[in-house]
Design a protein around this ligand. Structure first.
Ligand code: OFO
Length: 163
């Protein structure tokens, strides 16, 4: 049975994962309407992944005797300055999610909830990957991709389809 404090922080994270999904969806729409097909494909796939992260938490909370709350989400921005600033925002957002997961891990230790602590290890590992993906994309942009977005965009498309 989940302690109330742990249930609450899981519900907070359900909202954050769902918002991440909507944020990436809004970014995908922006990229698609600007003609960046590879970038939008990457972001649509990312939005799906975030929805799965949310669902995984919903199932966990319900399975452990709690009740997941399906939240309302803040409306994400519809406009982005550039592909580069969009990915800077992705990285910033993922760093925020990492700190949010870390707070959950700390709480589970303080509450001696080792089951939830163990469950969260999947998210800890996922965040390493998420941050490194966003950093890798920004590196490519800084290495010249921002001056020639066509090959960058095509590359991004390939990186998803090869997964
Ligand atoms: Fe992008 O991260 Fe979910 O967890």
């Amino acid at each position: 049975m989940l302690k109330k404090k742990v249930e609450d922080i899981c519900n907070r994270q359900i909202e954050r994962e769902g918002y991440s999904s909507n944020l990436y969806l809004a970014m995908a729409v922006w990229a698609e309407t600007k003609g960046f097909g590879g970038t939008s494909g990457w972001l649509y796939a990312q939005a799906e992944e975030e929805r799965e992260h949310m669902l995984k938490l919903i199932k966990f909370v319900n399975d452990r005797g709690g009740k997941a709350i399906v939240p309302a989400f803040q409306k994400p921005a519809a406009e982005f300055e550039s592909v580069q600033s969009l990915f800077e925002e992705v990285l910033k957002h993922e760093e925020f999610i990492t700190s949010s997961i870390n707070e959950m891990v700390e709480l589970t230790l303080a509450e001696k909830d080792y089951t939830t602590h163990n469950f969260l290890q999947w998210y800890v590992a996922e965040q390493i990957e998420e941050e490194s993906n966003a950093k890798g994309i920004l590196d490519k942009l800084n290495l010249g991709g921002k001056h020639n977005l066509y090959p960058f965009d095509r590359d991004l498309q390939r990186s998803r389809t090869e997964k």
